[in-house]
Ligand binder design. Structure first.
Ligand SMILES: O=C(O)CCC(=O)C(=O)O
Length: 311
């Protein structure tokens, strides 16, 4: 029955704040996301696609494919030890939205449909990562501290931003699964710092919150979590002798607008990223970096995508 008032009954429709439509989510799934700030869709990405992405990652690690504009990051503890190389050393590649193979993940219709159900139809991919946890890294670098992704994003509104995160193999407590504080997307954005002297570059975290109940997201290959950028989450260390890989893209509505983060809790990450860019010979505003690395995947371009002076 449609949501309308009849002479006999009043049909109450749910009010959704954090999701946009039923395009690829049922009311129950939307309600779960509204209440918890995340949802896991099982078996969403095909194993064959994930195998292609894994091979591409290994090819980048081995230097068989030019990394172009991508960032390749190394586990700090393994780097200090100086023994590991390739896939045994690299803990993340970022900015793959212009890579022919890995962009297939960002534009996978099964993922984009769910994202559009959450943030609306005009979808821009803004951040991309393939995250590897190699064996034998120090626990401090192998884990990902509790954090909120919005800390990194100089654009709003937060409710129009969503992450997808797909397990590339079974991921559980032994090899470093994601964990999250359910419902924490309704809290505010907190200050983030380096929680430990031995923490990977730009892995900022919040201090405190140890007493908050957390859910462990145990996932099989292809299972995909979608989550809100204020959700407090992190991941544990890989304690096995194997790898732990996941592929992830953040999406924002093309209608999002940029904010100036100077003088806010986000200034520390903006300063750090601008300094890294400067070292590479690029003097550029933090907001422009985000515009430059983004790519439309569905619907229309909007305020977010405009280049030039309108930041
Ligand atoms: O894949 C992981 O271990 C955690 C990823 C994550 O939380 C992030 O990059 O924001």
């Amino acid at each position: 029955m449609p949501c309308s008032e009849t002479s006999l009954t009043i049909n109450i429709c749910p009010v959704f704040k954090y999701t946009a439509s039923n395009r690829a989510l049922t009311n129950e799934q939307r309600q779960f996301y509204e209440d918890n700030g995340f949802i896991i869709i099982r078996g969403l990405v095909s194993p064959a696609d994930l195998d292609r992405y894994q091979q591409r990652f290994i090819d980048f690690c081995d230097g068989k494919v030019d990394k172009g504009g991508m960032t390749v990051m190394k586990d700090l503890s393994l780097l200090k030890e100086g023994k590991a190389k390739g896939e045994y050393l690299v803990n993340k590649i970022q900015e793959f939205l212009y890579d022919d193979v890995l962009f297939d993940y960002a534009k996978d219709p099964k993922i984009v449909e769910v994202v559009a159900s959450i943030i609306g139809d005009n979808v821009t991919a803004v951040h991309s990562m393939l995250i590897n946890k190699p064996p034998d890294a120090h626990e401090a670098t192998s884990k990902h501290p509790l954090h909120q992704d919005l800390h990194y994003f100089p654009f709003r509104p937060a409710d129009k931003i969503c992450a997808s995160w797909t397990a590339m193999e079974r991921i559980d407590e032994k090899n470093g699964c994601l964990f999250a504080v359910p419902g924490s997307h309704k809290l505010e954005l907190y200050a983030h710092v380096y929680p430990d002297a031995l923490t990977n570059k730009a892995y900022h975290g919040v201090i405190g919150f140890d007493d908050k109940p957390k859910v462990m997201m145990i996932m099989e290959k292809g299972d995909t979590a979608f989550f809100h950028p204020i959700l407090l989450h992190g991941s544990g260390p890989n304690l096995t002798k194997g790898f732990r890989k996941a592929i992830s893209v953040h999406y924002a509505s093309s209608d999002c607008h940029f904010i100036d983060v100077k003088g806010t809790t986000q200034q520390n990450i903006a300063d750090e990223v601008e300094a890294i860019a400067k070292k590479r010979g690029i003097s550029v505003d933090y907001r422009v970096i985000w515009k430059m690395k983004s790519r439309l995947v569905a619907g229309q371009l909007g305020k977010f995508n405009e280049m030039g002076s309108k930041i």
